[in-house]
Design a protein around this ligand. Structure first.
Ligand SMILES: [Cu+2]
Length: 772
């Protein structure tokens, strides 16, 4: 019975065209305008847990016109918030756990942020137009979804391959689009094209997006930012920024995918190739800018349908070359020992003159995944799988002069992080009311790194580089973690209008390479190890243990039998043992600071502590009226999260304060319009240890409109209608211009602690898409 229900769902899903702006599944089935087509084989269409949120390309069409940042497509999903980063690389956070603490899968691949600032997270490799579907497990993620994470999971798929109907002949289809957004003069385009026969499919998708710096809703730089200095100072002679221009927010990115697929009988073979060529993504809350990121990836997949179920096998490989230095809004020339900070070139590169600070990161990532889904009778479903991942990373900074001289600084050398995992999961439909999922996953994480040295390899020491590298090299670097995950979930369907889902998860994450193996307590290199955007420096710790989270969560789901209205409430509670937090570090004593520094940037060392996070998500929707002016509806969501460090009593870093969203929608013929109200409370529950800044509360209004013909879709809207100056609570510290390599209070041109990154002021946008 369970199986047959699943197959019906599948049949509906199979009518989904691959195009990014295709209407929802149900409408696609009715629409005569769309060519008939089927997808060759099944994919994991598991409907459980029911509390995972799914967004198909059609649902994303409205949001996608307003952003080139794929992670921001998640912003209307309850429980999800986003760390502000560069323009196209936001880091998702679910229930207060972010970044590496979440499992993010792109077409089944575990992509890893190689950069010491996590500038290249998994979702930054896809343009919003390349997303076929998004699924977010905000509560309890089944172990079959992935391991080596302690929070929720995000599963992103590009479009499934389509094939021609028997006798239909070859199928050719595609889409072309372009957008413009006024703030920052952002522009770009996207192209998708497919040629398919009954058994073969070749497809291309590509997108380019480019933007200048954006402007905030008002002037935000003042004497606090550069005391006694010029708040427009960049360190580039002749280049000054306006007081409302948010420095280092420009970007230029190009993403391509090429897909090949073959089907025969119940077998599907797919090969997907991806290429990212990102010439530039500047960073308003990091001291460095991304000046080149190249990723090449290949993803081979076999999917077969058998009498007993489905078998999926995958092999993928990813190569990343990542380059950072100071972009056009940050000072490039540094003069050692001379208090001459005007930024003019200092002549001969050497002991007293530095030309920028090049940083290189190179990684390779190879993965193998085999998964089976076995039907045991009509009520039981067994998922079993094995995964292996081999990851290699080098992070090195060539000598550039002054203190960064004369050798290459090795931040992580010959880093290795390999994972081997096995899982089993049993899904049982006990009765029409009760469904359960029980899963167990074992994962071994094997890590190692080679010996290192700093810019100096001979005395006299400076910045304790000799001391710290010697101490690091004297120790064994190899680490093996045996990690167990378990998820237990139950769903009770009381009646056609009420479901409850609840459960428990135990999840484990091993530290990443930079958490374990970065070694220098010198403030300048430590400032370069930071994926928090808080302006501080971080030092790795060889003694870190894996984080282990125990989560209980429940979702109460009241809804109309046809879901024309619904209301969901999800309370959750997580305790994390050995949570990787950080303590302020005294480099001279090489020990934790006994007296904390306040209201300034500081250096911290990663340590295991105990943490607790709890909160509540509410979401709902409601039809309001059907009138001559169209169909009106209201939807909304609200989230509350509290994070505490149980060892210190301090707040956890970057926890989203109470926030809510209301969306009033109107549909009439081809029109689909919305007015959105975003309300965010003041953030005053902060991490004292990290000198996290408070941010004031705010309210924003966004207007979105669209009109769709059979083949053409036009989107338009205004973000931040009233041009409010606001600070996103997770936007981090403003470091977008000037002498960013330093954190000293001394120099007048060094960004000072106290200015958060402001959000974007008013932006008028439009996008046009044509399907053929
Ligand atoms: Cu980077």
């Amino acid at each position: 019975m369970h199986f047959s229900r699943k197959r019906i769902a599948l049949a509906v899903a199979l009518t989904l065209p691959a195009l990014a702006t295709a209407p929802s599944a149900v409408r696609a089935a009715d629409s005569a305008a769309l060519p008939e087509m089927t997808v060759s084989a099944t994919r994991d269409t598991s409907e459980t847990p029911s509390t995972s949120a799914v967004r198909k390309a059609a649902d994303l069409a409205r949001t996608r016109a307003a952003t080139s940042d794929t992670a921001s497509l998640l912003r209307d999903i309850p429980g999800v918030s986003l760390y502000g980063t560069g323009g196209v690389s936001s880091l998702p956070s679910i229930h207060g756990l972010a970044d590496d603490r979440l499992r993010v899968k792109i077409d089944g691949m575990d992509l890893v942020s190689a950069c010491p600032n996590h500038m290249n997270p998994a979702m930054s490799y896809l343009d919003p137009s390349q997303v076929g579907s998004l699924r977010v497990y905000s509560g309890l993620a089944p172990v079959s979804v992935g391991g080596d994470s302690i929070g929720g999971a995000i599963v992103v798929e590009t479009a499934e391959p389509v094939f021609a109907e028997p006798g239909q002949g070859a199928l050719t289809q595609g889409e072309i689009g372009a957008f413009y957004r006024s703030n920052g003069n952002a522009r770009g385009g996207n192209l998708a094209a497919t040629y398919a026969t009954e058994s073969f499919n070749i497809s291309y998708t590509g997108a380019v997006a480019k933007s200048d710096n954006y402007d905030a809703g008002g002037k935000f730089k003042n004497s606090l930012y550069t005391p006694a200095g010029d708040p427009g100072f960049t360190g580039r002679p002749g280049h000054s920024l306006a007081l409302d221009e948010v420095g280092s927010t420009a970007y230029d990115t190009r993403n391509h995918t090429l897909g090949l697929a073959f089907r025969g009988g119940n077998h599907l073979f797919e090969a997907k190739f991806g290429l990212q060529d990102m010439p530039e993504q500047l960073w308003p809350n990091q001291r460095m800018d991304l000046l080149d990121n190249e990723q090449k990836r290949v993803n081979l997949r076999y999917l077969g349908e058998r009498d007993w179920g489905t078998l999926e096998a995958r092999v993928y490989h990813e190569d990343v070359d990542h380059v950072m230095d100071f972009g056009p809004d940050k000072k490039y020339w540094y003069r050692g020992g001379t208090p001459d900070w005007d930024g003019s070139p200092c002549g001969v590169i050497g002991a007293t003159c530095a030309a920028g600070m090049p940083m290189h990161t190179s990684s390779t990532n190879t993965g193998v995944v085999v998964k089976g889904e076995v039907g045991l009778g009509i009520q039981d479903l067994l998922r079993v799988g094995a995964e292996y991942q081999r990851y290699r990373l080098d992070d090195w900074w060539p000598a550039s002069g002054s203190g960064m001289w004369p050798e290459t600084f090795w931040n992580v050398r010959d880093g290795e992080r390999d994972r081997a995992a096995l899982f089993g999961e049993w899904e049982k439909q006990h009765s029409p009311q009760w469904l359960s999922i029980a899963g167990l996953r074992y994962e071994r994480v094997m890590m190692d790194a080679g010996d290192v040295h700093g810019y100096k390899i001979a005395a006299p020491d400076s910045g304790n580089q000799l001391r710290d590298s010697a101490a690091f090299n004297a120790r064994d670097h190899s680490k093996n973690d045996d990690n167990w995950d378990m998820t237990l979930l139950a769903r009770y369907t009381a009646n056609a209008m009420q479901d409850i889902e609840f459960g428990f998860a135990h999840k484990t994450r091993s530290p990443n390479l930079h958490e374990r193996y970065t070694w220098s307590t010198w403030q300048m290199p430590a400032l370069m190890v930071n994926w928090y955007g808080d302006g501080n420096g971080y030092v790795g710790n060889l003694d870190l243990k894996p984080e282990q989270a125990n989560t209980v969560s429940a979702t109460f789901d009241w809804h109309a039998p046809d879901r024309t209205w619904e209301f969901k409430a999800t309370p959750y509670y997580t305790h994390v043992a050995d949570y990787v937090d950080a303590v302020q570090w005294d480099a001279a004593a090489n020990a934790p600071r006994t007296v904390l520094v306040n209201n300034q940037f500081t250096t911290l060392k990663f340590v295991n502590q105990s943490a607790r996070i709890y909160g509540l998500d509410l979401s709902g929707k409601l039809p309001l009226a059907k009138t001559g002016a169209g169909e009106f509806g209201l939807s909304g969501l609200a989230s509350y999260t509290k994070g505490e460090n149980r060892d210190t009593g301090d707040g956890l870093y970057n926890i989203m304060p109470l926030n809510a969203k209301l969306l009033l929608t109107q549909k009439l013929g081809g029109w689909d319009n919305a007015a959105e109200l975003v309300m965010v409370a003041r953030k005053d529950d902060t991490s004292t240890m990290r000198n996290e800044m408070e941010t004031p509360g705010y309210t924003l209004v966004n207007l979105r409109g669209s009109y769709a013909w059979k083949q053409v879709r036009v989107d338009f809207g205004i973000e931040n209608l009233f041009d409010r100056l606001y600070y996103h609570p997770l936007g981090g510290a403003y470091l977008g211009q000037g002498t960013t390599m330093m954190a000293s209070m001394m120099a007048a041109t060094v960004p000072q602690w106290g200015t958060p990154v402001p959000g974007m002021g008013r932006s008028i946008y439009t996008a046009l898409n044509y399907k053929f």
